[in-house]
Design a protein around this ligand. Structure first.
Ligand SMILES: [Cu+2]
Length: 145
């Protein structure tokens, strides 16, 4: 009998405690979801390739100016019907040649990886009017303009 009474008396606080823990669990779940979402988007942003599209008209390299963190690969797509190249200016001036795609045909893609930090201006050897700039910084962040 005493046990049953105890049981009844405990029901009130027990239920409150259960509700509180349910709310805590729900709150924690929401935080977990937000955390997973943020981590997911960072995970996608860091290693994904930055794509530059070659065009027949200005801006010939789009985006023309790219500010990128080390470790992010950069790819150029050539959807035009012409041959183009992605040639670091250093290859022409006799300085260090950081990258040169050579002739890149229609639907061709050229990818550069593991560029050391620095500023790289580049051009198209077929159409010197086509110019672009890569700025590589020591970080995982990247942006484009
Ligand atoms: Cu070109």
């Amino acid at each position: 009998m005493l046990g049953t009474k105890h049981g009844i008396h405990n029901k009130g606080p027990m239920r409150k405690r259960t509700l509180l823990s349910q709310q805590l669990i729900r709150g924690g779940f929401v935080l977990l979801m937000v955390g997973m979402f943020l981590m997911g988007s960072f995970a996608i942003a860091a290693p994904s390739t930055l794509l530059i599209t070659i065009g027949t008209f200005a801006p010939y390299y789009s985006p023309t100016f790219v500010h990128i963190g080390t470790g992010t690969p950069i790819s150029w797509d050539n959807p035009t019907a012409d041959l183009h190249s992605i040639t670091h200016d250093g290859c022409k001036t006799g300085e260090r040649c950081a990258f040169d795609s050579g002739p890149l045909g229609p639907n061709g893609t050229f990818t550069v990886q593991h560029l050391p930090p620095g500023s790289y201006s580049y051009h198209c050897s077929f159409h010197p009017i086509m110019r672009g700039v890569l700025v590589v910084v020591e970080s995982g962040s990247s942006s484009e303009t």
